[in-house]
Design a protein around this ligand. Structure first.
Ligand SMILES: [Zn+2]
Length: 150
């Protein structure tokens, strides 16, 4: 009987921790890295709880790739959701991307969305039609190797 009540307690904790989502703007970010507030709405993105050093490295790499430096995206937010797609809203300074390519940092289209953000900051045009030649050589590390190799 004692064991049974422990299991019930764990189940209740699990339900309380899962929440209901849908109000990510009102919730605190999962982490803040490179002065970018990162909101994660995908329970499979388990890396979010470990400090995000790999995400930090990927953000830094991406900013540099597009000609920026340091915390050029300070004040921006990054929203990670389950499923596909990605977008950048320069007015609200937010980037959104899905985890469809894998449950790891390297599979996120961070270099792509940071490209829109940095091009907007540097040129005033986010290049929504992907005319900059650097789009063709964007790295896509995936889940089987580090997001960024130095
Ligand atoms: Zn794009």
């Amino acid at each position: 009987m004692k064991r049974g009540s422990t299991e019930v307690a764990l189940l209740v904790l699990g339900l309380a921790a899962s929440g209901c989502g849908g109000e990510e703007e009102a919730s605190p970010p999962a982490l803040v890295t490179n002065e970018v507030a990162v909101f994660v709405d995908d329970p499979e993105a388990t890396w979010a709880g470990t400090g995000g050093s790999e995400l930090s490295a990927l953000l830094s790499f991406s900013v540099t790739y597009w000609g920026g430096s340091g915390n050029a995206l300070a004040g921006w937010s990054l929203h990670i959701h389950h499923g596909g797609g990605g977008s950048t809203n320069v007015e609200s300074r937010s980037m959104s991307m899905g985890t469809e390519l894998g449950p790891c940092v390297g599979a996120l289209p961070v270099p792509h969305e940071v490209g829109h953000a940095m091009l907007y900051l540097l040129t005033g045009d986010p290049d929504g039609h992907h005319t900059d030649p650097r789009w063709k050589t964007l790295p896509r590390p995936g889940c089987h190797k580090p997001a960024v190799t130095s």
